[in-house]
Ligand binder design. Structure first.
Ligand SMILES: *Cc1c(COP(=O)(O)O)cnc(C)c1O
Length: 446
């Protein structure tokens, strides 16, 4: 049985200086002179160590991590099994390029993804370095396989920062503003957003609305792919109404359109099942994964129906580093850790620990219009006094107060008014509870 985290990092919140402390402040000055200003940091404390549910900074402060480096370190930042696997792999070889002389770990990751992703059909996988790269490749594959060009994306979507994925991403600031022109043949459709849709709109109604627009504005026969996050990440942890995803998926099947689920944020136990698609029993034609896949090492994948994936000619997919052997070893160890520690059950326990407290907080304070999400992916949408009017200032103030108190939380949402909780799935119960207590105090102090 593997242990959940390094035993040499105390699982506690410990503040011994202001946040950020003097060493972090000094390093930040160096950073400002050396690092491009466009790369920002949410909490400018510089990391010395991290594991389980804490990040220890260079001043010796220990912060509770409710962000997981944006849903990446589900197994923790130094999961013993991942660290051992990386150490072992790196002693053999760092790189050969899978396109030159291949190695087993890449094949084993592909086998594992083919087995774990929804559906029992024959599948193939290709590995890449980043989520954006996986999405780009999923679109390439879908276009080639269908010989069509149009790609449907949704309101509030986030798919990355490369040129094609910026075009697929909905929000201009900070992701797109000034970075155009963008790739063409992308069409944006309305999402199912229960908190903001008209009262009583079902998932089926929302799907019919989107499908009608697709048919009118593009025409089904020109659509290569429908690309969607089954639970949206950066857009605000929007969980579509029940029935929305199945209706879209069925329409795709009927019309020869490739249904691509972007599970880069929602995959790998994050929502209490291997993939968010599992909650509604949908079987995507292609699925993109990254973030939680490899315990923090850069790895991403496209997995999907063999006939679609294999439509691409040899040499049409790849990249110098895609499926790097160290990252593959880490992925196999991270997935083994998820299985062994049953992190799906852990994510469901996290939901049970967070949601009732946040619902009570919402009722008490009147500052939170919606509490939503699944598993270890829970959001609080801040609004003005019981309305749906976004209150971005409240979300920012709460995040700032939590950071000062040594709790790392992230914000998101099209309107910037969502606080999202993404704890490592191995976080201890008491540590999580303490983090929530700090968050509650920050909301009450608004
Ligand atoms: C983070 C994210 C991406 C982009 O992944 P990168 O590794 O940052 O390129 C794409 N889609 C979703 C849903 C994401 O959350």
């Amino acid at each position: 049985m593997s242990i959940a985290f390094r035993t040499d990092i105390a699982q506690e919140r410990r503040l011994i200086t202001a946040i950020p402390g003097p060493k972090s402040v000094a390093l930040h000055a160096r950073r400002t002179a050396a690092v491009a200003a466009g790369v920002a940091s949410t909490v400018p404390v510089y990391t010395a160590d991290a594991g389980g549910g804490v990040i220890v900074d260079i001043d010796g402060n220990s912060l509770i991590d409710l962000g997981s480096g944006i849903a990446v370190t589900s197994v923790g930042n130094s999961a013993p099994r991942v660290v051992d696997a990386v150490r072992e792999a790196v002693e053999h070889f760092t790189h050969t390029c899978f396109m030159v002389t291949p190695y087993e770990s890449y094949v084993a990751v592909a086998e594992k993804l083919n087995a774990l992703t929804p559906g029992r059909h024959s599948k193939r996988t290709a590995l890449f370095n980043s989520g954006s790269e996986a999405v780009e490749n999923a679109v390439k594959i879908a276009r080639l396989a269908t010989k069509r060009t149009a790609v449907v994306a949704f309101d509030h979507a986030y798919h990355g920062r490369t040129n094609l994925t910026m075009a697929l991403t909905a929000k201009a600031m900070p992701y797109k503003k000034g970075f155009g022109p963008f790739a063409g043949e992308i069409y944006r459709m309305p999402m199912s957003y229960p908190f903001r849709d008209v009262e009583g709109m079902s998932g089926k109604d929302a799907a019919a609305r989107a499908i009608s627009m697709i048919e009118k504005q593009i025409g089904a026969e020109d659509v290569a792919a429908v690309l969607i996050e089954p639970i949206q990440g950066e857009g605000g942890f929007i969980v579509p109404a029940d029935g929305f995803l199945p209706a879209l998926s069925e329409w795709c099947t009927r019309n020869g359109v490739v249904f691509i689920a972007d599970e880069i944020q929602s995959g790998f136990c994050r929502t209490g099942s291997w993939f968010a698609s599992d909650h509604e029993g949908i079987v995507p034609d292609l699925i993109t994964t990254a973030k939680g896949i490899a315990g923090g090492l850069p790895l991403a994948a496209v997995t999907g129906r063999a006939e679609i994936m294999d439509a691409v000619h040899p040499g049409g997919l790849g990249g110098t580093y895609g499926g790097n052997p160290i990252a593959c070893a880490a992925a196999l160890a991270a997935i083994a850790t998820m299985e062994e520690l049953d992190l799906n059950a852990a994510a469901r326990r996290i939901e049970e620990a967070i949601v009732p407290r946040m619902r009570a907080l919402a009722a008490d304070t009147g500052r939170i219009g919606d509490v939503r999400g699944r598993g270890g992916m829970i959001a609080l949408e801040f609004t003005v006094g019981g309305s749906t009017e976004p209150d971005a200032a409240a979300a920012a103030a709460v995040a700032k107060a939590c950071h000062a108190q040594g709790v790392i939380i992230l914000t998101c949402g099209t309107y910037g008014n969502v606080v999202r909780l993404l704890p490592p799935l191995v976080i201890g119960e008491e540590l999580l509870s303490e983090g929530l207590t700090v968050l509650e105090a920050a909301v009450r102090a608004l």
